[in-house]
Design a protein around this ligand. Structure first.
Ligand SMILES: Nc1ncnc2c1ncn2[C@@H]1O[C@H](COP(=O)(O)OP(=O)(O)O)[C@@H](O)[C@H]1O
Ligand SMILES: [Mg+2]
Length: 264
């Protein structure tokens, strides 16, 4: 479980995060949802320690991170896997070398164990026959899969993904979302996914925080998001015509159910 408490961050006189608190649960895919420019990536960077918040703190399973000693922060960092927006693979390394890289950096595992782990992770993301391929030979979806395999290779406890399905076609995007959610549940990882995609919400949104202008203004699950009366969240969701249609169908179904109950 990751807890954030009263996180504030400004750049110059621009306030980006305005006192955000919340809990990201273990074994769940926790979504940070919001329009572009609302501070989702900055919040994620504050949580991993790439940016230091002006005020506020982050704890990982009860251990203070933000202002703690360097060795304690490093210990926590070792447990974090990150999937960057661009996948950020090393272009000059093969798929296998990319996934092996964090094991070389972070562990003293012997070569044969490293290869076992690499093969296990590649298999887990559905890329068992791609060890020797170079990133330039991969599709967007395959690159994300390699990125996920690399993030989970060191047995991460925490997994952070910033817009993992940006730039993918809708079907591939859903598959990547599902893969992240499955791996999260399977290994009991505390996962935070930054997204502005309502498809992700519907597919994997078991716990969602909605950010608006640097504040958390709503929190819930995909089951209650369509019924929210928070105006800013409604504007965000129903900017999408498909979502408006979905809501209409849901209301019609409810009405039909109500009518049939009234008849009984
Ligand atoms: N290092 C930085 N210096 C100055 N401004 C920044 C920096 N990083 C982000 N910002 C600003 O903070 C705001 C939120 O950015 P970001 O967290 O990237 O939004 P998003 O929700 O799209 O991920 C933006 O207005 C951005 O320009
Ligand atoms: Mg962002």
């Amino acid at each position: 479980m990751i807890e954030i408490h009263n996180i504030h961050k400004s750049f110059g006189d621009k306030k980006v995060l305005d006192g955000i608190s919340g809990v990201f649960e273990t074994g769940k895919t926790n979504l940070l949802l919001g329009a572009s420019g609302t501070g989702k990536s900055v919040l994620l960077k504050c949580i991993v320690g790439l940016i230091k918040p002006d005020i506020g703190s982050v704890t990982f399973d009860g251990t203070y991170f933000t202002n703690n000693k360097l060795d304690i922060r490093q210990e926590i960092r070792r447990k974090i896997g990150m999937l960057f927006q661009s996948s950020a693979l090393f272009d000059s390394m093969s798929v296998e070398q990319n996934v092996e890289f964090p094991l070389k950096m972070l562990s003293d595992m012997p070569k044969d164990e490293r290869m076992d782990r690499v093969n296990f992770c590649l298999q887990r993301v559905g890329l068992e026959n791609s060890n020797k391929k170079m990133p330039s030979e991969l599709s967007g979806g395959m690159k994300k899969r390699v990125g996920i395999a690399r993030a989970i290779a060191p047995n991460c406890t925490y997994l952070f993904c910033d817009e993992p399905n940006s730039g993918l076609d809708p079907l591939t995007a859903i598959k990547i979302d599902e893969l992240i959610a499955e791996i999260t549940a399977e290994y009991g990882i505390t996962t935070i996914v930054v997204t502005h995609d309502m498809n992700s919400v519907i597919e994997i949104g078991e716990k969602i925080m909605f950010l608006y202008e640097g504040k958390k203004i709503w929190e819930g699950t995909r089951d209650d998001i369509l019924d929210t009366d928070v105006r800013e969240l409604n504007d965000f969701i129903f900017a999408n015509r498909l979502m408006r249609d979905a809501k209409k169908i849901e209301e019609e179904e409810e009405e039909a159910e109500q009518n049939s109950q009234n008849k009984e």
